[in-house]
Design a protein around this ligand. Structure first.
Ligand code: SAM
Length: 239
């Protein structure tokens, strides 16, 4: 349960160094090296870059692995609530890094155990992210379970907070009712506009999320439908 979930008090308290060891800043880039948040807790290691792309409910990590070479200079993080699945993805990334030690590939992806419905603003500051993927989220068919859906008015405000203006939320599902639900809730939100069909088709991330996620592969095997909708984060209105 959430009692065992570890999360930072604020994004500045999060230690990303174990997730992306190749991106830890060199010591000469550390003006305040050795500084401590308080006497007992050392400040987290400084990083050269921040996480910019997030895969919510990343499952077994197919999207992370496929995206890694496509965005080689960008940090991408999968968030997954199931402990064993998270550990599987972490191990998958570890062995890919070993195999690709010479090329340095896969240093830019990581996987974290988290309940994204609860602690997103603890990990990401305002406007930190450029892309959020929500691929084949659990449908929670029954009306009384709809509150467990990962797209909702409240959660959309958290996604809007973490996304920078111009950033994109990618959604894909094979469940028609859930597709309409996600489109309805994101269209109704003042911070988002739907991305045109034309732009959607031209975005290589759309092809990747359709074909490289484990769920996407399963839906293809079963000749299922893939319903896609992208939303752009609008700039906040001037006061
Ligand atoms: N995105 C992957 C794919 O397309 O292959 C996995 C899809 S799977 C149907 C949904 C995943 O979301 C599961 O692995 C589940 O454990 C995870 N999940 C559900 N609720 C979550 C939450 N609140 N926070 C993080 N992950 C969650």
């Amino acid at each position: 349960s959430d009692h065992q979930l570890v999360y930072p008090t604020t994004p500045a308290d999060m230690d990303w160094s174990t997730f992306f060891p190749a991106y830890v800043a060199d010591s000469e880039e550390l003006p305040d090296a050795g500084q401590t948040a308080d006497e007992n807790t050392p400040a987290p290691k400084k990083m050269k870059q921040e996480v910019e792309i997030v895969d919510i409910g990343c499952g077994f990590g197919g999207l992370l692995v496929a995206m890694a070479p496509v965005v080689p200079n960008t940090l991408m993080l999968g968030l997954e609530i199931r402990t064993q699945v998270t550990e599987f993805v972490q191990e998958r990334i570890r062995s890919l890094r070993v195999q690709e030690a010479a090329s340095g590939k896969y240093q830019n992806i990581g996987c974290l155990r988290a309940n994204t419905m609860k602690f997103l603003p603890n990990f990401f500051r305002k406007a930190q992210l450029s892309k959020i993927f929500i691929c084949f989220p659990d449908p929670h068919f029954k009306a009384r379970k709809h509150k467990a859906r990962i797209v909702s008015t409240t959660l959309n405000s958290e996604y809007a907070y973490a996304l920078r203006p111009g950033g994109i939320i990618y959604t894909i599902t094979d469940v028609e009712d859930l597709h309409h639900w996600m489109v309805h809730h994101l269209e109704a939100h003042p911070s988002f506009e739907r991305v045109s069909e034309e732009e959607q088709q031209a975005d290589e991330c759309v092809t990747i999320m359709s074909s490289e996620t484990e769920e996407g592969k399963k839906v293809s095997r079963n000749n299922g439908q893939k319903l896609i909708a992208l939303f752009r984060r609008l700039p906040d209105p001037a006061w």
